[in-house]
Design a protein around this ligand. Structure first.
Ligand SMILES: Nc1ncnc2c1ncn2[C@@H]1O[C@H](COP(=O)(O)OP(=O)(O)OP(=O)(O)O)[C@@H](O)[C@H]1O
Length: 529
């Protein structure tokens, strides 16, 4: 069955094994003799490349060019043998979580995608994605965005924010009938009508993949530009025409300065991980993009900010519009969390080769230690070139290496299905970073677990962590209460505020994510994006 046919077919593929009987990817590897073989999508793509020089084999090429194919082949990994973990979207998990909205004349939420006039092509793609009904953030945000209102949406990690801003943008571009190549108006200058900014290269690529799926056969062209990849290839992609541009700020500014991209046609501006974009080193770049680079003013463009965390100061700053008449949405829920007291010496003695996860070197060392101890692992951090970062993510997603050790470069936005466990070997300084890290598990209403090792170095995070655990109705170890009391003597650090603290990071895998990073690492990675 082709993707074109799939919307008329059953939502369950007849050949797919029972998803309920989930076996962790590392147990499916050929190296473990458990009686069956899995060919990963990554291996398949390698086979495809080597098996053909059938460059002109159109059907095969088209099949691979179909954006839906990527997700579909990844789904094939879900080969199962026994009944352990129930998978699938758990809408019930959201039922008891209120969605709060603020602002005037808020358009009412919808209960189904068909209630919204997204256009037939987009609705077909929603069916191809097997999205049966909108997630809560989509129920609220899509009608608001479709009504042309500015929006600041704070919704939990993994709750479907990407579709919440992509659907209205794609639908709006379709309605605008901007079908001719944008560059044709000024030769070699791309003039997209929508701009989606995100802080990391990996997240931009992921948004691009998602948006391409949602825009399949709509005529809307989506292009991504990001640092660390050849700019000439991205120029030639832009020259083929672009309606929606997904970008990291650094590369975008570079392209604007070279007069290869113009923002004067922008009607839709979306900032994913908006708090990060308006924080740290990004703010000057975002200011330039929004205020100085031909970007139409508020009112002439629609602005949408999305994140799972919005520090109070960002909510108060009207960075993007002095005439903010937008709507706010809040929808939060957290995965299960364990906080364990572990003195730093314990971690050091567990992993004698390293200063354990306080630096990018530490992440590499943890990766090495895990591999030596029988846990196939891969690491992603800012010292790796882009190709290595992408290779690490692919290897993790495909299940070849079921443990990913990562710095904060992978903390936000990355949607990797079936990550069951996130481990913070070192806690971040900032509670918002913690929220994003643990958000790599428990996505789309699934269950997930986050474990953190806490020690003396993390006391400045104690109060915020305590509040978060209370909000999430988690069991709180008595020592955390004491730490929080002591640390509040130095000042409060409620959720949404920035803190001082320790280093480190966790990583994600289809099974486990361990973060190991330091502040310098996180900063430089975001800045170089
Ligand atoms: N209506 C829906 N029905 C089923 N699955 C959905 C629906 N909407 C989104 N999803 C899936 O839910 C997962 C999480 O979505 P997404 O990555 O957009 O979350 P997010 O809120 O942006 O997360 P983060 O805060 O980490 O960036 C994705 O795999 C996506 O395909």
């Amino acid at each position: 069955m082709s993707w074109d046919d799939s919307i008329t077919g059953s939502t369950v593929r007849p050949t797919r094994p029972d998803r309920r009987a989930y076996v962790p990817p590392f147990l499916r590897n050929n190296n473990y003799n458990i009686g069956f073989t899995v060919t990963t999508s990554f291996e398949k793509s390698k086979q495809y490349r080597s098996a053909t020089d059938h460059r002109f084999d159109r059907p095969e090429r088209d099949r691979l060019a179909n954006p839906f194919e990527i997700a579909e082949r990844f789904d094939e990994l879900e080969v199962t043998e026994n009944n352990e973990i129930e998978l699938g979207i758990n809408f019930d998990a959201y039922e008891d979580i209120p969605v709060e909205t603020s602002g005037s004349n808020v358009p009412p939420p919808v209960n189904s995608f068909t209630e919204i006039d997204l256009g037939k092509a987009v609705n077909d793609n929603i069916k191809r994605c097997k999205y049966v009904k909108p997630m809560p953030i989509q129920r609220h945000a899509i009608p608001i965005a479709m009504a042309g209102r500015d929006l600041m949406a704070c919704a939990q990690t993994g709750s479907g924010k990407t579709a919440a801003f992509c659907f209205p943008i794609i639908s709006g571009v379709m309605r605008g009938q901007l079908t001719q190549p944008a560059w044709s108006r000024r030769p070699r200058v791309a003039s997209p009508v929508a701009l989606i900014l995100s802080p990391t290269r990996e997240l931009s690529c992921q948004i691009h993949e998602e948006a391409k799926k949602f825009a399949y056969q709509t005529g809307v062209k989506v292009v991504v530009v990001y640092g660390g990849a050849p700019i000439s290839l991205q120029f030639s992609n832009l020259e083929k025409g672009v309606d929606i541009l997904v970008a990291t700020p650094g590369r975008l500014v570079d392209m604007i300065e070279r007069s290869r991209v113009s923002l004067r046609m922008i009607k839709y501006l979306a900032l994913d991980e908006a708090d990060r974009m308006l924080d740290m080193g990004f703010e000057p770049q975002i200011r330039r993009i929004v205020e100085q680079m031909e970007m139409p003013p508020p009112g002439a463009r629609q602005t949408m900010l999305f994140s799972a965390t919005f520090p109070t100061e960002i909510q108060c700053q009207k960075h993007l519009s002095s005439r903010w008449n937008g709507i706010g949405i809040e929808f939060l829920r957290f995965c299960d969390q364990w906080i364990l007291w572990y003195p730093p010496e314990f971690l050091e003695s567990s992993c004698p080769d390293t200063g354990f996860c306080e630096t990018k070197k530490g992440a590499d060392a943890l990766e090495h230690w895990l591999c030596m101890n029988g846990f196939p692992a891969t690491a992603i951090h800012g010292d790796k070139v882009q190709m290595e970062r992408e290779r690490a993510l692919k290897s993790f997603k495909s299940g070849v290496t079921p443990v990913l050790v990562a710095t904060d470069v992978a903390a936000r936005g990355l949607d990797i299905p079936h990550v069951a466990h996130v481990i913070n070997f070192d806690l971040p300084k900032d509670i918002d970073d913690y929220v994003h890290r643990i958000g790599r598990t428990g996505r789309a209403g699934k269950s997930g677990l986050a474990t953190a090792f806490f020690n003396d170095k993390n006391t400045s995070l104690a109060k915020a962590l305590l509040e978060l655990m209370q909000e999430a109705k988690q069991e709180i170890p008595p020592w955390l209460n004491q730490c929080a009391e002591t640390s509040s003597a130095w000042g409060s650090s409620g959720r949404g505020r920035r803190y001082g603290g320790s280093s480190a990071f966790t990583c994600d895998t289809p099974e486990t994510t361990n973060y190991a990073a330091d502040e310098e690492d996180a900063c430089s990675e975001y800045l170089e994006a």
